[in-house]
Write a protein of this length. Structure first.
Length: 519
């Protein structure tokens, strides 16, 4: 069977129509002019009365001599910026169905966006980190638009772009020690954006001492990495990692191999020669590398941990109290892996063909055991069929890791744990990866949920924003949400038909699979 590339299966999906970069109705707003030490920003009020600032630079453009260099802070300026349009997306593979890639792309992509409805001061800040396997995505994505979340709640919502793929998560330093500064660039961008927010958000009415980071998928991994990264200490107080854990990081030997492959395709081993190449040339090399890696490229750009900028084993660091100052609200959906069925039934072919490593390429990176051993153990008392393969991947790649992270963190700070079981109307997707996002942001999505239940939107937004404000998600729309601990394993099941706090909801699977993480 031929290899399946990401472009192949994405093009089989029916995606939503490309969103425009500005609302149709923009109203004059003299009070949307905000002055900071890094410039004055003229925003606008949208049709819902939400004050909006788009495309604000938070760091120097990483272009020219700053390509593959650590994020550089801005210099103070008196310049006035028109903050009414999203900034360019980070460089990523072109695809007419990828909404962020349909936006203008540029290496000059380090911008952020701010939404607020209230004239109140000292509002809680919710800082969203987008997902996309550290390869694609951006704040231009309509599903991440913060206007509806801000319109209904007394919070300030921030989203931003960071460098991706070969520009932000290629570890050249692993093959040339003189390139030490070239590592962790996307993560350093995230820290730079947080630093800008902490320094400037009070001018917009936000509380710099009450910042909650939240993110889904790669954004969730980022939340946990930032929680244990020394360079991010003190920049935020709470985190909402949705559907991925800090255990998902890459082995140095694999990242070094990937960097070698990129260098070989580029025709040079000298960074100076790479610096001379145009953005288009580098993007073409990246596309060649993606084609070679085929299906397995989906986890190629997971962060490699070196024990310097990040802990050598961030999952163990979490277990040892490395994020003791951070309160967590975290969890997964009940059927994460089914998201990929949106793109191609060829995933089932892989299951039938026994290509276990292709089903879950991340397993090869962060698990001590081989995929074959994990599958064999799981199927000892279960039928060898597609449903059980999918069930295992859901547990190994998402639910067990996420709950272990909750267990570890609960020894040092407050943790609230959830299972999001609200299904998509697309029956084969069930409650798949990303199904929580249309409810988090109250944004319809053609493929996941075209018509979010508005009462359930209130449940999710009230829980998320209550946690952002106070560190406790309890609110009028849900039964009492107990803190998670290893003793009770309290899990709030989130569903429009009714929410309930369960004890030991997934304990059997947790106990049978924790060896994958801890051995």
């Amino acid at each position: 069977m031929s290899n399946l590339t990401r472009r192949d299966f994405i093009k089989t999906a029916a995606m939503a129509t490309l969103a425009i970069s500005m609302p149709l109705n923009v109203f004059a707003a003299d009070d949307c002019t905000v002055k900071t030490r890094y410039g004055t920003f003229n925003g606008f009020v949208d049709e819902k009365g939400v004050k909006t600032w788009l495309g604000i630079p938070y760091a120097q453009p990483p272009v020219g001599k700053l390509r593959w260099q650590p994020t550089q802070p801005l210099k103070p300026t008196n310049k006035t910026f028109d903050a009414k349009k999203f900034g360019a997306s980070a460089i990523q593979e072109d695809d007419e169905l990828e909404k962020s890639s349909a936006n203008l792309q540029s290496e000059d992509c380090l911008t952020l966006n701010i939404w607020k409805r209230s004239d109140k001061k000292n509002l809680p800040v919710m800082f969203f980190i987008h997902g996309g396997s550290f390869m694609h995505g951006g704040s231009f994505e309509p599903l991440y638009n913060g206007n509806n979340l801000a319109a209904s709640n007394d919070v300030i919502v921030v989203s931003f772009n960071y460098r991706l793929n070969i520009f932000g998560f290629m570890h050249f330093e692993l093959i040339d020690s003189s390139l030490e500064d070239a590592g962790y660039l996307g993560l350093k961008d995230q820290i730079a954006a947080l630093t800008w927010v902490r320094e400037n958000i009070s001018a917009f009415g936000g509380n710099p001492d009450n910042i909650t980071i939240f993110g889904e998928s790669a954004g969730s991994i980022s939340c946990m990495l930032l929680s244990v990264a020394p360079a991010a200490k003190g920049l935020f107080q709470k985190a909402i990692p949705q559907s991925a854990t800090v255990a998902m990081h890459s082995k140095p030997e694999f990242s070094a191999q990937l960097a070698e492959m990129f260098m070989n395709l580029s025709g040079t081993r000298k960074m100076g020669d790479l610096m001379k190449k145009s953005t288009a040339e580098l993007k073409n090399i990246y596309s060649q590398l993606t084609d070679i890696r085929a299906f397995n490229h989906s986890s190629d750009y997971l962060v490699t941990c070196d024990g310097k900028f990040t802990p050598l084993d961030p999952f163990r660091t979490l277990n040892e109290g490395g994020a003791r100052g951070i309160k967590f609200l975290t969890g997964t959906t009940s059927d994460e892996w089914n998201y990929f069925l949106l793109y191609s039934e060829k995933y089932f072919e892989m299951l039938r063909d026994g290509n276990q490593e292709k089903i879950s390429p991340a397993i090869r990176h962060y698990k001590a055991r081989t995929p074959e051993e994990i599958y064999k153990n799981w199927l000892q008392n279960r039928p060898d069929n597609e449903e059980n393969y999918i069930s295992l991947v859901n547990q190994v790649d998402w639910r067990v890791g996420q709950e272990l992270a909750a267990e570890y963190q609960s020894n040092f700070n407050d943790v609230y744990y959830y299972l999001f079981s609200q299904p998509s109307p697309n029956e084969k997707l069930r409650a798949c990866h990303s199904i929580d996002l249309p409810y988090t942001f109250n944004i319809p999505d053609k493929d996941l949920e075209p018509n979010p239940n508005q009462q359930f939107v209130k449940v999710i937004q009230a829980s998320w924003t209550a946690f952002a404000a106070t560190g406790n998600p309890n609110n009028e729309f849900i039964p009492h949400w107990e803190k998670y601990s290893a003793a009770n394993r309290q899990t709030m099941e989130l569903n429009s038909k009714g929410c309930a706090c369960h004890k030991d909801l997934n304990t059997d699977n947790l106990n049978s699979l924790r060896y994958v993480y801890e051995s």
